[in-house]
Design a protein around this ligand. Structure first.
Ligand code: HEC
Length: 150
């Protein structure tokens, strides 16, 4: 009886070992990645709001170059993509996301006109007219509507 049991006990141990090895395979690489991330020196100047804005700025400026000719024929959606999406799609620098009702609700209390005026003037991390000085007031208003009602 005892002899019959022992080999069975040995076989039962193997799956547990394999499971432990598999678990180690799954857990160790992400853990190593995490630790490596902690050890990596990071200069705080790369993480600030200004640094983020600096990194996304060139894209915005290329799209915004005044006199690019197509400005008057672009749809509101196209202007949004070229000028506003960099921040308002990503919530960069705390920008309220397009179509995020909860984020826009308190701001909308002031009314669309007030928001349009605010966007034209610039607010916080947002430059005047989102960085495209060539935008007309009517375009800004259409953009604000586009941003707040999705
Ligand atoms: C560089 C990033 C950036 C770009 C580009 C940008 N915004 Fe913003 N926008 C912000 C941030 C950040 C806020 C929040 C400002 C605050 O409340 O301090 C904001 C807020 C707003 C608001 C709310 C203003 C208020 O008074 O509450 C409107 C409207 C707006 N943006 C419209 C636009 C439009 C339209 C464009 C494109 C023409 C645009 N934004 C482009 C960053 C940006």
């Amino acid at each position: 009886m005892i002899e019959a049991k022992e080999p069975r006990a040995g076989r039962c141990g193997a799956p547990a070992l394999i499971a432990a090895a598999l678990a180690a395979c799954l857990v160790l690489p992400p853990a190593g990645y995490f630790v490596a991330g902690l050890l990596q020196p990071r200069s705080s100047k790369d993480l600030g709001e200004e640094a983020v804005l600096r990194r996304i700025q060139p894209q915005a400026q290329i799209a915004l170059a005044p006199g690019s000719g197509s400005a008057r024929t672009r749809t509101t959606g196209q202007i949004y993509q070229a000028t506003c999406a960099a921040c308002h799609d990503t919530a960069a620098a705390g920008a309220p996301r397009r179509g995020d009702r909860a984020a826009w609700a308190p701001r909308l209390k002031a009314g669309l006109d007030a928001l349009a005026a605010s966007a034209a003037k610039g607010k916080g991390a947002m430059p005047p007219k989102g960085g495209d000085a060539s935008l007309a007031d009517a375009e800004i208003r259409a953009l604000v509507e586009y941003l707040t009602t999705k």
